[in-house]
Design a protein around this ligand. Structure first.
Ligand SMILES: Cc1ncc(C[n+]2csc(CCOP(=O)(O)OP(=O)(O)O)c2C)c(N)n1
Ligand SMILES: [Mg+2]
Length: 393
């Protein structure tokens, strides 16, 4: 077993906490064992709760898997950017690059029987739940083989068979829905939990506090995951929130502040949270993270923050680079193997796009499905209200 310490510097701005570099890592003892213990770069901070240990158990396989999945996610988002610019993706599109460690750290701590619900920045959450690249790109391009049959688009990815309940466009609205899912889990005593995700902007929404109050009263197994990327569209957190300490905003509900750029810290926090909520009711996890792209495709992302800030976070805290450095420092992989993984991710993404493009647009009759409960014989008229156009199935 190795003990690896990532040393944090206290002299940086809050956004720029340093990435572990190989010369900052210490191997205290070694053996043939496949288990690694890695200490998170910064401690968790608890609100009304004792935080979990900073020492995270992992394996070389898990670290490799983190690297591969995050590289694939990032490539997917960069390709989506190009497809949007080529007008093959239309409408809304919000990218997740920068925030990948939250998606994969969370998945590493839970099962597909646990539920996840999120806002519109949902592509990578879908991939983490086992969705395929073809389903993702087909959905983005409005094709029939998309995960929502091409009818949802970027903001409405779903994968109910592995506990992914979307994909929601109304800021904050998924939080009460997530608490409702947790209610059904408690009611059916299935031992599962719900992760209901929202942004720092959404954290100021009233419905969040109503849902939290109910969840606390009923001791629901729900984890509120605040992905604090420090901006809500072009508004910095300090302009929108009187207290940007989102992990404390539940007042009577405990919270934990987590380095959301460190997949291992996210895993540790989510594991801890799952155990906690099954016994005690809700908890808030504030994931300190960052988005590299603008808010959506109409936002260049550089008018309300400096280029130095963006490149500083990339250099100092990037979640993929963090894992790359760990893999290299401990000779669990080589520079070349990791480059090859990146190359094959490009290929995989390109092939998925080509396949998604072959998928046809949905049949126009699909416009009338999944809108009303079936079998009510709802009639649809033309604009003149005279000509009966269809009886909905
Ligand atoms: C109720 C509601 N108000 C406003 C909007 C417009 N809107 C879309 S995203 C957004 C910002 C949300 O920021 P945050 O919660 O931090 O999430 P992030 O985009 O950073 O992931 C706003 C105001 C909306 N979709 N719904
Ligand atoms: Mg935000």
């Amino acid at each position: 077993m190795f003990l690896i310490k990532q040393i944090a510097s206290s002299s940086r701005s809050s956004l720029l906490k340093p990435l572990a570099t190989s010369n900052l890592l210490r191997r205290s003892f070694s053996s043939e064992s496949e288990t690694l213990s890695i200490e998170t770069s910064i401690p968790f901070i608890g609100h009304r709760i004792d935080p979990p240990s900073r020492t995270v158990e992992t394996t070389p396989n898990e670290l490799m898997d983190f690297f591969k999945t995050m590289v694939l996610m990032r490539r997917m988002e960069i390709a989506a950017d190009s497809l949007y610019k080529a007008k093959l993706i239309r409408g809304f599109c919000h990218l997740y690059d920068g925030q990948e460690a939250v998606a994969i750290g969370m998945e590493a701590a839970i099962t597909k029987k646990d539920a996840i619900i999120t806002a519109y920045r949902d592509h990578c959450i879908f991939l983490g739940r086992g969705g395929t690249l073809v389903q993702a790109f087909a959905e983005l391009m409005g094709r029939k083989d998309g995960c929502s049959k091409g009818k949802g688009g970027s903001m409405h990815f779903y994968k109910k068979d592995s506990g992914f309940f979307g994909g929601h466009g109304i800021v904050g609205a998924q939080v009460p829905l997530g608490c409702g899912i947790a209610f059904s889990q408690k009611y059916s005593k299935d031992g599962c939990v719900t992760f209901t995700m929202y942004g720092d902007g959404a954290a100021n929404q009233g419905q969040l506090f109503e849902a939290l109050n109910m969840s606390a009263l009923l001791d629901l197994p729900v984890i509120l995951v605040c992905e604090n990327n420090h901006y809500g569209m072009g508004t910095a957190e300090w302009r929108a929130a009187k207290s940007p300490a989102y992990y404390k905003r539940g007042d009577y509900v405990p919270g934990l502040k987590v380095d959301g750029m460190d997949a291992l810290a996210v895993k540790q926090a989510c594991k801890f949270a799952k155990e906690y909520v099954l016994k005690n009711g809700p908890i808030i996890l504030e994931m300190d993270t960052y988005r590299y792209h603008g808010h959506s495709m109409s936002d260049p992302g550089s008018t309300y923050r400096t280029r130095d800030e963006i490149s500083g976070v990339r250099q100092e805290r990037d979640p993929i680079e963090r894992i790359r450095k760990l893999l290299l420092a401990h000779e669990l992989s080589t520079e070349k193997d990791l480059k090859d993984i990146e190359k094959s991710a490009r290929k995989e993404v390109d092939e998925a796009i080509a396949k998604a493009k072959e998928s046809p647009m949905p049949d126009p009759s699909e416009l009338f499905t999944n809108v009303y409960v079936k079998g009510y014989g709802v009639e649809s008229f033309g604009a003149d209200r005279k000509e009966l156009r269809a009886v909905l199935p």
